[in-house]
Design a binder for this molecule. Sequence first.
Ligand code: ZN
Length: 189
Amino acid sequence: PGCFYIEGDNMKICIDPGHGGRDPGAVSGNVKEKDVNLAIAQKLQLKLHNKGYIVKMTREKDEDVSLYQRANTANNFKADIFISVHNNAFNNEITQGTEVLYFSGSLQGEKLACLVQIELVKRLKRPDRGIKSRSDLVVLRYTTMPAILVECAFLTNPVERKLLKTNSFQLLAAEGIAEGIDRYFREVE
Ligand code: ZN
């Protein structure tokens, strides 16, 4: 008894599509991270909106937005959680898989990261690189709510780069993140 929480009801989510404008993020083959991030973020926006969440994007198109602006957008919006959408890169093409970062010492951030990681790996079926705490990332450090940074897959890995370009993989990523968010609000006290 006493659990009256309705999925998405009144909860505010800030989605941050990583990079943009003059900052492409990782570039591999003919793929720019900023474009993949935005494509996944827009699919996530639609999914969350349809579930009844109130969603704010830190950027809607290919534009320059500073890291501090992104954190400010989330703080001014009074978001309940902050989700930064990224994809990874490394100096060899073998490295692959999914990971989620959270701000060091944030228990709610860690819980959110954990649930999103589980739901992402379940759908994307890429290697599970686990969750990692970081204290140096501006968007995690200067946001005042539980915040995570999702690294869906590696643009430098040929298999994952190919997948990241597809609508279906982008949709699975959005679905995994959205399900992790649902679980977080269901399971968090
Ligand atoms: Zn990035």
